[in-house]
Write a protein that binds this ligand. Structure first.
Ligand SMILES: Cc1cc2nc3c(=O)[nH]c(=O)nc-3n(C[C@H](O)[C@H](O)[C@H](O)COP(=O)(O)OP(=O)(O)OC[C@H]3O[C@@H](n4cnc5c(N)ncnc54)[C@H](O)[C@@H]3O)c2cc1C
Length: 357
């Protein structure tokens, strides 16, 4: 018997488990894979920033960035944040909104976010006719490192992390969930389904009441020669193009890959790789001669949450009492994970404790 079973040891499940265990709950984390971060998390670029055009995402991303920054939050004793700066490019017409957003970010965190309008470039990123919100204090994290750190903290607080254990079904017995795994059953006060893109597959009792689909995400890593200036992480709201530096000599590039119902292990799409590099040359002219080093394809869960569970919009029901599915992250679940995990854990703890088990 566990207070809460968390299904999925990606960045979402790890964040939830960490907060649950820190609050004193008995927690079991289950993942079908032999290592944490085997899904979207392990392939993710991990770009984190406070700004997002969707206020509901920004509300999670702003406190999450503060958590990533503070060394004291991490078992490793240091912050996982690589501070490279973050550039968000938008239409010139969005200038007033971006200036207001920069003021809000700076008021909340004493940061130096600002708008660049006029110059052709900001923090090493060509703006291609757009303007930019620059967050010098943002950057990227390695999502698997963050996931493993949270699982280390959860174990230290008494959580049991069982890898290589697939959940086959979750059903109700006596008003509470029973989790059926390939290694036996676990009774729980509540269950959190944090299975990412696998939520689109019909595992009884884990599937969200909100429609969720798996969508492909593909990124290409290129070499950056010594004469090329450093650059910040970057996303263009007009096109969905994005990029981030990887160390001193490589850059990761991405462009939306609108392939739905994609498997996590689908092979790379070479035509999309070529199109990605060509499109990003408008922002990084040096790409014209950059060597392509690697292309990684994965998938994330996409869909609009119904918000019919606790944690206002972050959890949906599954049809089984006290079993909650985490909302789809639509390709952005790293930058919101710290605050989302905190809120989900608080709501689920209250639910697990409700009524006598
Ligand atoms: C290439 C790429 C780049 C990205 N870049 C960014 C970025 O720059 N910034 C950002 O914020 N976000 C980014 N994202 C999105 C972000 O990585 C995801 O939103 C996030 O990692 C989702 O985490 P998760 O824990 O919800 O899901 P996942 O990491 O997919 O984890 C789900 C876990 O559930 C387990 N599981 C599934 N079914 C079962 C079962 N039946 N029983 C037991 N275990 C099960 C899986 O093994 C897996 O470990 C990117 C994603 C990709 C793929």
């Amino acid at each position: 018997m566990a207070d809460v079973v968390v299904v999925g040891a990606g960045i979402t499940g790890a964040a939830v488990a960490h907060h649950l265990a820190r609050a004193g709950a008995s927690v079991v984390v289950l993942d079908r894979a032999e290592r944490p971060g085997a899904g979207a998390t392990g392939r993710s670029g991990g770009m984190v920033r406070g700004y997002d055009p969707d206020p509901a995402v920004a509300e999670l991303a702003v406190p999450s960035l503060a958590v990533f920054k503070a060394a004291g939050n991490w078992a490793a004793g240091r912050s996982p944040l690589r501070v490279t700066g973050a550039v968000t490019v938008a239409e010139p017409a969005a200038e007033a909104g971006l200036r207001a957003a920069a003021e809000r970010l700076n008021a909340a965190h004493g940061t130096t976010a600002h708008v660049v309008a006029g110059p052709a470039e900001a923090a090493g990123v060509g703006l291609a006719g757009g303007i930019a919100l620059v967050e010098p204090e943002a950057g990227w994290v390695a999502p698997t490192e963050v996931t493993e750190d949270w699982l280390t903290q959860a174990r230290g607080d008494g959580a049991l992390v069982r890898l290589g254990t697939a959940v086959r079904a979750v059903h109700e017995r006596g008003g509470r969930p029973v989790v059926v795994t390939d290694a036996g059953e676990i009774r729980a006060g509540a269950v959190v389904s944090a299975v990412g893109a696998w939520g689109a597959a019909p595992v009884p009792g884990l599937r969200s009441s909100a429609p969720v689909r798996s969508r492909s995400i593909q990124v290409t890593v290129v070499g950056r020669g010594p004469s090329v200036p450093a650059h910040a992480t970057f996303v263009d709201l007009r096109t969905g193009l994005y990029a981030k530096p990887v160390g001193r000599d490589r850059t990761l590039l991405g462009m939306p890959h609108l392939v739905w119902d994609a498997a996590m292990d689908a092979p790379p799409d070479q035509a999309h790789e070529r199109a990605t590099v060509a499109a990003l040359t408008a922002h990084f002219p040096w790409l014209a001669t950059a060597p392509r080093l690697d292309t990684v394809r994965a998938a994330d869960a996409y869909g609009a949450a119904r918000g019919d569970g606790p944690a206002s919009g972050l959890l949906d029901g599954t049809g089984v009492p006290h079993v909650w599915a985490v909302r789809a992250w639509n390709g952005g679940g790293v930058k919101t994970a710290p605050e989302a995990g905190r809120r989900i854990a608080a709501a689920v703890l209250a639910d697990a404790a409700s009524d006598a088990v």
